[in-house]
Design a protein around this ligand. Structure first.
Ligand code: DAH
Length: 339
């Protein structure tokens, strides 16, 4: 019995020492101390031991069990702390790594250009108003001196909703809405979305934005228009910017003009940016046609006015030297992040 105990004890201690994992340790515990374990079997065999020997043998078994249990616990602690150490080593945080920046929104180039345009005109005493994107034929064409058979109506490929209702092809209808309100004088700009059934390419889109401008007052002349738009161009493109007005035709203004600005890349000498001409066209403008004033309920003998229309995308593309309009609509964050 003694030898048997000694043998069990020694083997158990050796196995404990050799077992490298918690699972292995548990196997040893079950094999030795479990219900059907070796030491348990010895205890069960106590009844066969001579009564005089029993206390001594019992003490020996207890001693062996205690020793094995201690060894088991010790080994268990060792294994656990080793596992923890390994885990810690693997999970180390490298505080010197650059952090991953959270993606934040950016203002769209169109919005930056619009904010700038609004800032300039608000500074000149203009109000910002909005007009409807879904419009009556009357406001988009007729009241702007573009009757049904006018060739200008063909120039703008219109999305019609019904025979009479359409998606506006220009923001100019806002001029009429503002004049119809009957509050004079008027100084307004009206930014907004317009629609034309155009194919998408680097310079066209079926939906883009314009900023309309209108000033109505007594004694307004073409010089007021020129002075105002010259100031606008200088604010937008830099103090050294020169402007040039070329005669043009719009049905709702008379006389009409297109305004060019001196190329802000080459200063007017001619470069790739301005296609060698030194000038860049940026807007249409003119004195509001008496027909338009009359149809909108404004006394054309007492009041005069000027109007202008700017393509917002055109300004954004020019200002940020973007060469393809489609980039403005794709909303690729890698593109937008640059602004
Ligand atoms: N509505 C014109 C267009 O879409 C732009 C324009 C030109 C607006 C002259 C005006 C203006 O107010 O006076 O091409």
């Amino acid at each position: 019995m003694k030898d048997k105990l000694k043998e069990i004890r020694e083997r158990a201690l050796k196995e404990i020492e050799e077992s490298g994992t918690a699972e292995k340790l548990n196997e040893v515990r079950v094999a030795v101390l479990g219900k059907k374990g070796e030491l348990t079997a010895v205890l069960k065999g106590m009844k066969d031991v001579d009564a005089s020997e029993r206390p001594k043998v019992g003490a020996m078994v207890n001693e062996a069990r205690e020793e094995i249990e201690n060894a088991l616990n010790e080994a268990k602690n060792k294994i656990e702390s080793k596992v923890r150490e390994m885990k810690m080593a693997k999970e180390t945080i490298d505080v010197t790594l650059p952090a991953i920046r959270p993606l934040t929104g950016h203002r769209h180039p169109n919005q930056i250009a619009l904010d700038e345009i609004e800032r300039i005109f608000i500074g000149l005493g203009y109000e910002v108003v909005e007009g409807p994107e879904i419009e009556k034929d009357y406001y988009n064409f007729e009241a702007l001196n573009i009757p049904a058979d006018h060739p200008a109506k063909d120039e703008q490929d219109t999305f019609y909703i019904t025979g009479d209702i359409l998606l506006r092809t220009q923001t100019s209808g806002t001029q009429v809405h503002e004049m119809e309100k009957g509050k004079l004088p008027i100084r307004m700009i009206s930014p907004g979305r317009v629609f034309r059934s155009d194919e998408v390419d680097a310079t066209h889109s079926p939906s883009f934005h314009q900023v309309e401008g209108l000033l109505i007052d007594e004694k307004v002349s073409f010089s007021d228009l020129k002075g105002t738009l010259q100031e606008f161009a200088k604010e937008l493109f830099g103090e050294e910017t020169r402007v040039k007005f070329r005669p043009h035709h719009f049905p709702f203004t008379e006389p009409s003009a297109e305004m060019d600005v001196s190329c802000f890349k080459c200063g007017g000498e001619g470069c790739r940016f301005c296609k060698g001409s030194g000038w860049i066209e940026i807007l249409g403008c003119g004195m509001v046609h008496p027909h338009v004033l009359e149809m909108s309920g404004v006394d054309h003998l007492k009041y005069k006015g000027f109007a202008f229309g700017v393509g917002l995308e055109r300004i954004a593309l020019l200002k940020y030297e973007i060469d393809d309009m489609r980039l403005l609509y794709e909303n690729d964050s890698r593109f937008l992040q640059q602004f």
